[in-house]
Design a protein around this ligand. Structure first.
Ligand code: UDP
Ligand code: GLC
Length: 406
């Protein structure tokens, strides 16, 4: 029997961590609930997908803490924690496990799980490094995890290693990669993909696609610079300015004007039809300038059989094998990215061969089954011994994702 889970997530927007939670919830067999701290597109997506969700009242002090925020923000947030933890503890009672999906969810989920007498699992989707987080936003979650968590699920070895580097207890960590169903990538026929091109006014063009929320560390500016240097190549940028990044979106549009490529760069905004858009591309680029914790878009591009170029850092090193399933380039180097794109365009047959390898690797290593087995294994480890016996323990994890070196 699978354990019943109360998931907790603070986000209103739909980022990769939220999509990962959704995929888990959709494949989890036991009853579950998702506690959310604010309404918005993520709550709507859960509702449209038939996943139960309950809104709890979180004050602005808790929600207002930013990745780069200091101790003052942290202390102000503390004041809001007891009443939020109390609400969550009540929601947790009918469930076996509290599952925090974000750092803010962990900070309130810790005391809530303790009050409810339930084990706490933290799904860590971020690399806790100074590239991404202030000292306070690294120390606090690690301290809470060491004190309250029964298990920490890291989305990659890179994420697990950063947690341990920040003082996290290595015995708590298990690595579970995001898992994907290949079916959405096989749904549309060639005619439908061609119709989509026409509908977007992109027929007959060579298209370099980039997918992901607009944010400076995701590197859309690097991508635009690289595309500008490849004649006749069009850039299709898919993703919204989530989590307050509207200024960056404006900067990107100014950059296009400055480089004279406004007619070759197409901003599609946030879309929910990623698989078919990916299949429309001549190639797909991942250009994060800081280490990507996992990188869902990498696996999705592989499932779409699109030639892939990715930044050589973080989770990408565990997903893409350079020259075999894609090309890796130096993060932030627009010149290298331009050369890699030009090579793919010049040698479509070898690019297609690489894309085939990538599809096989993605299907084998990043399936929904592998992910659910990994999460089931981690939850079973978190449960008290009596329940652990009853829970089914999953098959071993793929060798390249084990954490024994920690
Ligand atoms: N995504 C989406 N619509 C968009 C852009 C991105 O649904 O317009 C999805 C994308 O397919 C991927 C996720 O958002 O599943 C982004 O996850 P990733 O791990 O690549 O990056 P994150 O934003 O979580 O850092
Ligand atoms: C986070 C990370 C991303 C990862 C996603 C799902 O949002 O930034 O790299 O793929 O979580 O685990």
């Amino acid at each position: 029997m699978e354990a019943s889970i109360l998931f907790v997530d603070h986000a209103s927007d739909v980022g990769g961590a939220e999509l990962s939670l959704l995929d888990t919830a959709l494949h989890w067999k036991a009853p579950l609930n998702v506690a959310l701290m604010q309404p918005g597109p993520f709550r709507d997506l859960l509702r449209d997908s038939g996943v139960p969700a309950t809104l709890v009242e979180a004050g602005e002090a808790v929600l207002g803490v930013r990745r780069g925020g200091g101790w003052d923000q942290g202390l102000r947030a503390m004041a809001g924690i007891p009443q939020l933890a109390w609400q969550l503890a009540k929601l947790a009672k009918p469930h076996d496990v509290v599952y925090a999906n974000t750092q803010k969810a962990l900070i309130v989920g810790g005391p809530a799980a303790w009050l409810a007498g339930r084990p706490l699992v933290w799904h860590l989707h971020d690399i806790l490094s100074d590239e991404h987080f202030s000292k306070m936003n690294r120390m606090l979650p690690v301290a809470v995890a060491n004190r309250f968590c029964a298990r920490v699920i890291a989305n990659s070895t890179a994420t697990a290693e950063a947690f341990v580097r920040e003082g996290g207890n290595p015995d708590l960590v298990g690595v579970v990669p995001n898992g994907f169903s290949r079916e959405p990538f096989e749904r549309d026929g060639a005619d439908e993909i061609e119709a989509l091109r026409r509908q977007l006014g992109l027929e007959g063009k060579k298209l370099a696609g980039m997918f992901g929320r607009l944010a400076p560390w995701k590197g859309q500016h690097v991508f635009i610079r690289a595309v500008a240097a490849v004649p006749d190549l069009h850039a299709v940028i898919v993703g919204g300015a989530l989590f307050g990044e509207q200024v960056y979106e404006e900067e990107l549009k100014l950059l296009c004007a400055e480089l004279g490529v406004r007619d070759r760069v197409h901003f599609l905004g946030f879309r929910r039809d990623i698989p078919r858009l990916m299949r429309m591309m001549t190639l797909i680029v991942h250009a994060s300038t800081a280490a990507e914790p996992f990188g869902r878009v990498l696996v999705e591009a592989m499932l779409a059989r699109s030639p892939l170029i990715a930044s050589r850092a973080g989770g990408a090193l565990e997903i893409v094998e350079d020259g075999v399933t894609g090309r890796l380039v130096t993060p932030g180097d627009a010149g290298e990215l331009r050369d890699a794109m030009a090579k793919i365009l010049a040698a479509p047959l070898s690019a297609a061969f690489m894309a085939d390898n990538a599809w096989n690797a993605a299907v084998e290593r990043f399936s929904t089954e592998v992910m659910i087995d990994g999460i089931r294994r981690e939850i079973a480890l978190a449960l008290p011994a009596a329940r652990r016996k009853a829970a089914s323990v999953a098959q071993p994890f793929p060798a390249d994702f084990n954490t024994t070196k920690l």
